[in-house]
Design a binder for this molecule. Structure first.
Ligand SMILES: [Zn+2]
Length: 285
């Protein structure tokens, strides 16, 4: 018999169904649309938001270590975005230390970033970037007299929010017609995602290609591109991430990867063989 959870706080944040069941601990899965998520109470959500603001999770120190390798990934994403739109105005949602925004400006974009982590926002500001030290929302845009953008980018952000539908609706409100939303997020259909990306302290919702398409199409976007992707990784830095669940073997690999050329070869190997993320571009109708 299928176990059905009908507590009011535990429902699918994608389709609204209460027909949800435990999946892979600590995940739950919606029986109606297959969306995967970690149930979060209102108090827990408040605590999570506080931790982001205070640099206690997704820390600036971590993203400072990965700047060079992040640039390689962001370069490829920007080249792909250019296939669909010429550089104009862009909002970088959850920019951390501003690595993507900085590179986007080199590509010719007028970039504005939102980042709730005050330490990361301050580092981005020191690079001369336009940054708002706040969570992105339509209200925050209005408060800062921001009108509209041609492109909104969410690099590894959507998996961190309790209510991705609200976020996508707000993105739709600040995009011009035909504006693009560009998202990269872990792919729950990938073994490596299920093995390494399930981080209850940070990642609260988990998409597949099907559910990511669904959230865009249900919220006013036409999907232009949806592909499984890999990234270059800083293996030694990833192995020190306090929210990762790692085996002794993983920790040994992470330790050895402190040697630059070993990290380089591991990064290439993972890039070639591990397709654990989804890259999607949607156009506002
Ligand atoms: Zn659902």
């Amino acid at each position: 018999m299928i176990e059905i959870e009908e507590k009011k706080e535990n429902f699918c944040r994608l389709c609204g169904s209460y027909f949800v069941k435990p999946f892979k601990e600590p995940l739950w899965k919606c029986l109606a649309c297959s969306f995967c998520f970690i149930p979060v109470s209102k108090d827990r959500e408040t605590e999570i938001l506080r931790q982001y603001s205070l640099d206690q999770v997704s820390t600036a120190a971590y993203y400072k270590k990965t700047v060079e390798i992040d640039k390689k990934n962001f370069y490829q994403r920007l080249k792909t975005i250019e296939r669909f739109i010429c550089p104009t105005t862009l909002v970088d949602i959850g920019s951390s230390v501003g690595t993507f925004s900085e590179l986007a400006q080199e590509f010719g974009w007028q970039s504005l970033a939102f980042e709730p982590n005050s330490v990361a926002a301050s580092l981005a500001e020191q690079k001369g970037l336009r940054i708002i030290n706040d969570f992105f929302s339509f209200e925050a845009c209005q408060k800062n007299s921001l009108t509209s953008f041609d492109c909104a980018v969410l690099n590894d952000v959507l998996e961190h929010v309790v209510d991705p539908v609200s976020l996508l609706k707000d993105v739709g409100k600040i995009l011009n017609v035909n504006g693009l939303v560009v998202i990269t997020t872990p792919n729950i259909d990938s073994y490596f995602c299920r093995r390494y990306q399930i981080k209850p302290a940070e990642h609260l919702v988990y998409f597949s290609k099907k559910t990511l398409r669904q959230i865009l199409e249900n919220n006013g976007f036409e999907v232009l591109l949806c592909q499984s992707v890999s990234r270059f990784r800083h293996v030694a830095a990833a192995a020190k991430n306090p929210t990762a669940t790692l085996s002794v073997f993983d920790k040994i690999i992470g330790f050895i990867a402190k040697i630059n050329f070993i990290n380089f070869f591991l990064a290439w190997g993972l890039k070639i063989f591990v397709k654990d993320e989804i890259f999607i571009i949607g156009r506002k109708k």
